[in-house]
Design a protein around this ligand. Structure first.
Ligand code: ADP
Length: 166
């Protein structure tokens, strides 16, 4: 069975990667799909997010990385899948995720959203917190894949230089 894991992944963190690895153990095929235009001001372009995810997932033979725009359920149907994977970190995620899952169910009743719980060690981790830490010069060791760490540091250095020349 094939499942789709959609999200912003701006950028992918070790929390996302943990869900990807666990979902890839449950499903025959997993497509990690970067949603285009979901965030108004992403740090990384869709192409960069796809590239970083592809690097982070290259050890997983049944995982592919893609991107889509428009409705998630339409993309899932185009992929001939009927399972969306999402994850819950805390009670605060629940309200939004429930709303999304019910909305998607209303648009296409054939598609199921399945939730996986975060692993305890990543329950505090989000793309936003990682970006904030990078900007403040904190270590990202263990929080994001190595390729993401390098790219985040480079993008923060670039931003700092741009700010200085302004
Ligand atoms: P979105 O903007 O669609 O929420 P994200 O990239 O922030 O995209 O998250 C995609 C999915 O991954 C969501 O279901 C989110 O709850 C989950 N997720 C994000 N961070 C973690 C984490 N640290 N552990 C487990 N799941 C996570």
């Amino acid at each position: 069975m094939k499942a789709i894991y959609p999200g912003s992944f701006d950028p992918v963190t070790n929390g996302h990667l943990d869900i990807i690895e666990r979902a890839a153990n449950v499903f025959d095929e997993l497509v990690v799909a970067v949603a285009v235009n979901k965030e108004k001001n992403p740090l990384f372009s869709v192409e960069e997010r796809v590239e970083l995810l592809s690097k982070a997932c290259r050890h997983l033979s049944n995982v592919t990385v893609d991107y889509f725009s428009g409705l998630t359920v339409d993309y899932v149907a185009r992929q001939e899948a009927n399972v969306i994977i999402r994850s819950l970190r805390a009670i605060s995620d629940f309200e939004f995720e429930l709303q999304m899952a019910l909305t998607n169910k209303r648009i296409d009743e054939n598609i199921e959203t399945l939730f996986m719980m975060t692993s305890a060690e990543y329950s505090f981790l989000s793309s936003s917190i990682v970006k904030e830490l990078a900007e403040l010069g904190a270590s990202l060791n263990g929080l994001v894949p190595e390729c993401v760490e390098d790219r985040l540091v480079a993008s923060c250095v670039k931003r700092g230089q741009e700010a200085k020349t302004r």
